[in-house]
Structure formats: C-alpha cells, structure tokens
Design a protein around this ligand. Structure first.
Ligand SMILES: Nc1ncnc2c1ncn2[C@@H]1O[C@H](COP(=O)(O)OP(=O)(O)OP(=O)(O)O)[C@@H](O)[C@H]1O
Ligand SMILES: [Mg+2]
Length: 257
C-alpha cells in the first residue's frame, strides 16, 4: 500500500530557472497538499498535464527527492526515515535515470540484481522470464548506447523489475514506444496487478488511463482535483468521456498565474 498524506514539494529555483519560468518568485510549489492511497491489486493512475507534479510525486515516493512537507508510507515504511526499506519494496521506472551507456543490457540487469541482493539462481530465472517477455534476448549483448528508444525503455523496465518488487511505480511507461511495444508494457502491468501487486503509473494520455487504470487521480497544478474509477469521474463531471471529464476539471481548477 502507498499512503500519501498532505504531500508538499517546493523547489527552490536558481536564477536561470526563474528567468526561464518568467517569475520573480524563487519558490515553485510542484506538489500542493496531496493526499492519496493506492492499494495492492490495483493499477492507480496519476493523470495530469505537463508540469502538474506527477514526476515530482513519484520521485518523492521512490526516495529520489525529499518531500518539503507531509508523509509517505510504502507498505508501512516511511520514505524519510526508512528510505532503504522503501527501496526494496518498489521498482521505479523513470526517464530521468539513464542507464550507463557503455554497458550491455545483460550486464546492467545482473548489476542491478546484485545491488538488490537477488540470489544468482533467482536472478537467472528473472532474466529468462523478463528477457523472453520483452523480447530483450535479441539485444541483450548490445551496449546501451546502441539501443533504439523502445529497446532502451524495455531494458529499463526489465531492470526496474529485477528484484520482483511488491510495488511497481512507472513514470510514463509507454513514452516513446510504438503501439505494439506499448501494449506489451501495459499488458505486463495488468499481469502484475492480477498477481496482487500495486501498480502506480503516471500518464498524460487519456486513452491509456481510461483503459489501463482501475482508479485515477487527476492532478492539476500540484493538487489532486478528482479521484475515482472512470465511471465515478464521469459522474462527478457530468460527462461520458475521460477527455471531457478532464477538460471540465481543468476549467474548474486551473489556477490563474
Ligand atoms: N528539479 C526541479 N527544480 C525546479 N523546478 C522543478 C524541478 N523539477 C520539476 N520542477 C517544476 O515542478 C513542476 C512539476 O514538475 P513535474 O516534473 O513533477 O511535472 P509532471 O507532471 O511530471 O510533468 P510532465 O507531464 O511534463 O512530465 C513544474 O513546474 C516543473 O517545472
Ligand atoms: Mg513527468
């Protein structure tokens, strides 16, 4: 289970960042008093426009950055006081963690397996399963720098799952993938959900959220403005389509700059 209570993240902007965002305010509130609970056996989707605070929220859960305020518990472990324990519970996929370019996929997989203390025989079995599923065997011995975007994403997904984590946190998992590859990724996420794992994904793709997620939290300007199943979101907004529901919520909640 992931429990987020009143999460706030405020970034301090440097001069360059202030200039780029055309602001005189050195503080940027990326996540604003966000509370949510996601449970095992569900795919929970964070849906929001660019800059809404999705990646920031996921990075706080994954212990990559520290919250400014609030609390996050991952299977009962608190991110600030028990980051190591949190990291063993989760598999985190993000476009920002770059795989080291000169190593090959197989090496990276084994390296991260050892980092997570996966026993050698289990690691071999995980490799068989994940490489087979994502079609990685064909490029297992290519250097990361030689891989296409899709191959890189598949390799990153396999690496993030090496320790068979209980909770899978994927930031825009189908980013840059063709529809066939994207489908194999979303099917795998469903399989993990059906095995009783908790899957937390972020996306700005309405159709993906609509099809994939059991529950959706809509994030606008760092705040959760609505939450529920697709049907509940339709009912809350008087719409019959996730895109219409989103625009309705956006119209009501967009903060004026
Ligand atoms: N390291 C940082 N320093 C300063 N500001 C940041 C930093 N990271 C993110 N931000 C700002 O925080 C806000 C939220 O960013 P975040 O990356 O969490 O959004 P997102 O919902 O993931 O967007 P996208 O759909 O584009 O990935 C944005 O205004 C962004 O500019
Ligand atoms: Mg993001």
């Amino acid at each position: 289970m992931i429990e987020i209570r009143n999460l706030t993240k405020i970034y301090k902007l440097n001069r360059k960042q202030m200039r780029e965002s055309r602001t005189k305010n050195p503080l940027k509130t990326a996540v604003d008093d966000l509370t949510l609970t996601a449970r095992k056996g569900e795919i929970y989707g964070l849906l929001g426009p660019n800059g809404a605070g999705k990646t920031t929220t996921l990075r706080c859960i994954a212990t990559i950055i520290k919250p400014t305020g609030g609390e996050i518990y991952v299977n009962g472990k608190e991110v600030r006081s028990q980051p190591e324990a949190v990291r063993t519970e989760i598999g985190f996929l993000t476009s920002e963690i770059k795989l080291d370019e000169q190593f090959d996929v197989d090496y990276m997989f084994r390296f991260f397996g050892r980092l997570h203390h996966v026993p050698a025989d289990v690691l071999k079995q995980r490799r068989e399963e994940l490489f087979e599923y994502f079609g990685i065997r064909d490029f297992a011995h290519k250097q990361i720098k030689e891989l296409s975007t899709g191959m890189k994403q598949k390799a990153a997904i396999a690496v993030s799952l090496v320790h068979d984590p209980d909770i899978v946190i994927f930031d825009e998992p189908t980013n840059g993938l063709d529809i066939i590859t994207a489908r194999s990724v979303t099917d795998y996420l469903r399989k993990l959900r059906d095995e009783g794992k908790l899957v937390l994904v972020s996306t700005h793709i309405m159709s993906e959220a609509e099809k994939l997620c059991d529950r959706i939290g809509i994030i606008i300007d760092g705040r959760k403005v609505a939450e529920g199943t697709v049907e509940q979101l339709y009912a809350q907004t008087g719409t019959g389509d996730l895109e219409d529901a989103f625009f309705e919520l956006y119209r009501m909640n967009r903060r004026e700059e």
